[in-house]
Design a protein around this ligand. Structure first.
Ligand SMILES: C[S@@+](CC[C@H](N)C(=O)[O-])C[C@H]1O[C@@H](n2cnc3c(N)ncnc32)[C@H](O)[C@@H]1O
Length: 429
């Protein structure tokens, strides 16, 4: 197709930047606002065009050389060629655009967070190129090609140290068969707690097949826990005594299958905001925390309420929440291991509900939960979301139930990517 010249205007919620060509919107991956670029049209639809950059004619003042050597091959980050402040401004603009129709009384500037070394969780795919080596890394964007993570700037230092050890392990000829049976390797470092999980393609309880994992654990003192599992369940657990994860002045247990925010400083920023929001009100009645994970948010808010219910369907997170509760001298939270959908029209939702906190996965809340919410009338609802699109959909439903979106906070939890965390405060009109 023909080449054309456009100027990039802004970013969208995703990998694409946006420009116009002959009055039509053009979506261009990896553009930076202000760039003058030559593009090649890859898809011409009636109301939009998709194109790729073939030449940067005049780079924008917001463009930088990516500080990560794996960009753009690695699919983990999408916006590394933009200066940090521009990334945040663009995210803020994208969010304000998405939530415009919700008319929030106030949208605070996005809270900046460190740009590097913030990710505590690393998920590695395995590939076997023809040269006989083994690659561990991320899928590249929209493909199943595995790109090595070497030099990654967003993973925390401890994960990258273990990455080097894993690479060494993977490339030992004697471990070849073991590697060929690995689907994914997950590493998470929370303080001194470093967990490494190997997900196998085919289960094995064969001592010989599990021996390389035991050796890897023995040789890597930084690990507090190593697990090998397959679809049939856990095949091996190795543990070493290490200090618990200390966060917000408390010790927590976060097991490998439990949820914890990928960014510890981001999790802290969110918690401080939640505490300040809730402490501004006098609460009479119950507090409901749906999608509570290990209960980090519930535990830090519970003292402001008379009665507290926290709902989580993941057994591992639920058990970690109970384990933490046992370490508290007084905690009144009733943890319930159920789907949020199942709690409506039960004693949990009867009586006066003072406040409701929602923190669902990217898909947002289901229609069943939305219907259930219309039957309870908390004075205040906080909704924390990692997906502004589903946040908008659910916020519209809350508005129809008579809530006003009073404030929106946002946090740059995933610098280098287009992702962000949004916190909405809804008050009953
Ligand atoms: C984004 S995490 C939030 C966890 C917690 N609020 C935190 O910040 O640590 C979403 C949680 O919802 C849980 N979850 C997903 N679908 C659910 C459902 N239908 N009912 C209850 N919990 C669910 C997941 O297991 C996960 O722990």
């Amino acid at each position: 197709m023909e080449n054309n010249i456009v100027t990039i205007e802004k970013m969208t919620y995703g990998i694409d930047s946006l420009a116009h060509l002959d009055g039509k919107v053009v979506f261009v991956p990896y553009g930076v606002p202000g760039d003058k670029v030559k593009i090649e049209v890859t898809e011409d639809k009636p109301d939009y065009i998709r194109a790729k950059i073939v030449e940067i004619i005049e780079p924008s003042k917001h463009r930088r050389k990516s500080p990560c050597p794996n960009f753009p091959q690695c699919g983990g980050c999408h916006w590394q060629e933009m200066h940090p402040e521009t990334q945040r401004n663009e995210k803020e603009n994208v969010l304000n655009f998405i939530i415009k129709g919700l008319n929030p009384s106030h949208a605070y500037p996005m809270e900046p967070l460190p740009m590097r070394g913030y990710r505590n969780k690393m998920e590695l795919k395995v590939a076997f190129p023809e040269d006989g080596s083994v690659i561990l890394g991320n899928y590249s964007y929209n493909s199943h090609d595995v790109v090595p993570l070497k030099g990654c700037i967003v993973q925390c230092y401890e994960n990258m140290l273990l990455y080097e050890k894993l690479l060494e392990f993977a490339n030992k000829p004697e471990n070849r068969e073991t590697m060929e049976n690995i689907h994914t390797i997950t590493v998470r470092t929370l303080g001194e707690q470093q967990h490494c999980t190997f997900a196998l393609k085919v289960p094995t309880s064969n001592e010989e097949a599990l021996a390389p994992f035991k050796k890897f654990f023995d040789e890597n003192e930084s690990l507090s826990r190593l697990e090998v599992y397959a679809e049939v369940g856990n095949l091996l657990t190795q543990m070493r005594d290490k200090k618990p994860f200390f966060f917000m002045n408390r010790n927590w247990r976060v097991s490998p299958n439990s949820f914890f925010q990928n960014n510890i400083e981001g999790a802290e920023a969110i918690l401080h905001t939640l505490i300040s929001i809730y402490s501004a009100y006098q609460h009479k009645g119950k507090f409901l925390d749906l999608y509570c994970g290990c209960g980090t948010q519930t535990f830090l808010l519970e003292s402001m309420f008379e009665e507290v219910y926290a709902v989580e369907c993941n057994v591992s997170s639920f058990q970690d929440a109970l384990a933490h509760q046992k370490t508290r001298t007084s905690s009144k939270i009733n943890f319930i291991c159920k789907k949020a959908e199942a709690i409506f029209n039960t004693p949990i939702t009867k009586g006066v509900i003072a406040a409701l906190h929602l923190n669902p996965p990217r898909t947002g809340i289901s229609q069943r939960v939305t219907r259930g919410l219309s039957g309870i009338k908390p004075k205040i609802i906080t909704y924390l979301s990692c997906n502004p699109m589903t946040f908008r959909r659910d916020a519209k439903a809350l508005k129809q139930m008579g809530y006003k979106l009073d404030r929106v906070y946002s946090f740059d939890l995933f610098p280098g990517t287009y992702h962000m965390e949004t916190l909405g405060v809804f008050l009953r009109s």
